[in-house]
Design a protein around this ligand. Structure first.
Ligand code: BDP
Length: 576
């Protein structure tokens, strides 16, 4: 099914993607699964109110902040001219992200569903789509449960001991809704199903391999307008890097009897990434990541994405001199990756597997189900992002709780699966427990560490030596490059003190500067990501004033704190 294939939708001579974003109708409601009586909203919802898509419903709809569903969405649309007859084409509805689970009906006909937020899914609707007005209905369920990923309702002993309302096991608000674009997609039935790029090092530059999965016919490739065959040799000067984020236009065409049957274009960077000894190499040369962990979070939008916010964030990162970010703690929007490709920002792409735990007292098999879901979203993430130059590593989880017998094996399985699906990028998971078994499965150690905050709070004086000792110990143990994927401090914007004290802008800036100094002195440290780029919404908790994590170097509305200015001084010039 080409329309429902992993390829991201695009509009060209053979394909059409119609953006259905905009004002939808919405209502919270019970799970009315039957087709009889008043409760049947599959053909259209009763009493809906207007909401914006993309966007979480929590901060749009008054009183709905803590409502996690199920909720119902409706969008009426007419297919564009030339849609019918479908003839050799298929139609699908593609969702960029429905958090956490969705079921979809078109004109009362059930199309299918999907579990897991922040990853796209496409449902064939060729049999349901009609000329004239169509009614698209989506039920979105954001409820927390132990057998979901990320898990909710987790016993406090299996979290960091923190109690949140709503009862999440992770430190961000469980926003729910249609968070990314929704598209009507038309594509040839017997067309191009998938395109996979892989770049390997070569003496003079790199070799680009293009694998095309397509129906019968003749496949041709062009790069920047010139015909190529796979593998294709690329000059070093044409490679992608933060200093020179060159993109090329790769066009794939499928012809039958000389007639164009399908076409797919990718704007792509070409680069290699590898781990050698204690170094991370980009295009064969050692590289150090400097940047942030970044959430998708903004007032009113919740977790809803818009290219304006992504552009603002990534341009600010570049302005500071950052060259990298991690999509914590879930895959980021595809348009954000377009911007990262263009700006030369190296991305650690993370799955939604935050807060995993492996309780062996699980009578109903929740642990096994979580692992299946984690493996599933890992595969979906790699299928979505594998062609991206900007994505230089996979993070298969964030801070899994490792104190159960099955934990290490589960993390090993996740790392091995990532490598089996994509052998071209290093694989790891961000951990606060670098001594626990499981870490040996990673190609790089991703270390989250908070000296001067959770450990030795208020002790700027000892934070440096504590981090230095931790890094050296981790390196001695694993003999691999280490990326400090999280460190930092909360700072209330506008709060100042001299000498610096916790929660002030001075303390945050000073701590970040000191810890960067420690990390930068160590050659095996392949990167530092400050936690976090901007303040973000959390569930309510006694350690989260205003239900916000204030570790951002920018406020939630992207005003700089002192730490942002300090980083700009430390990170100039922004060359790599
Ligand atoms: C780390 C988590 C991150 C939190 C951060 C914090 O990975 O999600 O937001 O701590 O507490 O443990 O600020």
């Amino acid at each position: 099914m080409s329309a429902a294939s992993p390829l991201r939708p695009q509009t060209n001579a053979c394909r059409l993607a119609v953006d259905l974003s905009g004002t939808w109708l919405f209502r919270l409601g019970d799970d009315v699964g039957d087709d009889s009586g008043d409760g049947d909203w599959h053909g259209g919802i009763a009493g809906g109110i207007p909401v914006g898509v993309p966007g979480s419903w929590n901060d749009q709809v008054p009183g709905a902040r803590d409502e996690l569903g199920p909720a119902w969405y409706e969008r009426r649309f007419e297919p564009p001219p030339g849609t019918f007859p479908l003839a050799g084409r298929e139609a699908a509805i593609r969702f960029g992200s429905a958090s956490y689970a969705a079921s979809v009906w078109l004109n009362g006909q059930f199309l299918g569903g999907h579990e897991g937020g922040q990853l796209p899914f496409a449902l064939d609707c060729s049999g349901a789509l009609r000329d004239g007005e169509n009614v698209l209905v989506v039920q979105v369920d954001g409820r927390l449960a132990r057998d979901r990923v990320p898990p909710g309702l987790v016993p406090p002993g299996d979290t960091h001991g923190r109690v949140f309302h709503p009862d999440v096991s992770y430190d961000f608000f469980p926003f729910a809704g249609l968070h990314r674009r929704v598209e009507l997609v038309l594509a040839p039935r017997d067309g191009i199903r998938d395109v996979r790029l892989e770049t390997t090092a070569d003496d003079a530059g790199a070799l680009l391999s293009v694998r095309v999965d397509a129906a019968d016919g003749d496949v041709t490739l062009t790069l920047d307008g010139a015909p190529i065959a796979s593998p294709h040799r690329v000059d070093a000067s044409a490679l992608w890097s933060p200093a020179s984020p060159r993109l090329h236009l790769l066009e794939v065409e499928l012809r039958r009897d000389g007639v164009l049957a399908d076409r797919y274009a990718l704007r792509t960077g070409i680069r290699t990434v590898a781990v050698a000894g204690d170094q991370l190499l980009l295009n064969g040369a050692p590289v150090r990541l400097r940047g942030f962990g970044r959430h998708e979070d903004f007032a009113v939008l919740g977790r809803g994405t818009t290219p304006a916010l992504a552009a603002r964030d990534l341009l600010l990162m570049r302005q500071l001199g950052a060259n990298s970010f991690r999509t914590a703690h879930y895959p980021c929007d595809e348009e954000t990756l377009d911007i990262a490709d263009r700006l030369g920002l190296m991305v650690i792409a993370e799955t939604p597997a935050v807060g995993l735990y492996f309780g062996d007292d699980d009578p109903d098999g929740d642990t096994a189900r979580r692992q299946e879901l984690a493996l599933g979203s890992l595969a979906e993430l790699i299928a979505r992002d594998r062609n991206r130059a900007c994505v230089i590593a996979w993070s298969v989880a964030n801070e899994p709780r490792m104190d159960y017998p099955g934990a290490a094996a589960a993390l090993r399985e996740l790392c091995d699966r990532a490598r089996a699906l994509d052998g071209s990028r290093p694989v790891s998971y961000a951990t606060d427990l670098p001594d626990a078994a499981g870490v040996e499965a990673a190609d790089i150690v991703f270390l989250n560490s908070y000296p001067g905050w959770y450990r030795y709070p208020g002790r700027l004086d000892v934070a440096e030596s504590v981090l230095g000792d931790t890094l050296d110990r981790v390196y001695r143990r694993h003999g691999k490059p280490v990326i400090l994927t999280e460190f930092g401090a909360d700072a209330m914007p506008g709060s100042h003190a001299d000498p610096p004290s916790m929660w002030t802008e001075e303390y945050q800036a000073e701590l970040i500067e000191r810890l960067l100094r420690v990390a930068d002195r160590r050659s095996y440290v392949a990167g530092t990501h400050v936690w976090a780029f901007a303040d973000f919404a959390t569930a309510q908790a006694d350690h989260r004033p205003q239900s916000v994590n204030f570790k951002g170097v920018f406020t939630r509305d992207r005003r700089p704190k002192l730490a942002a200015r300090r980083l700009r001084e430390l990170w100039q010039p922004a060359d790599a």
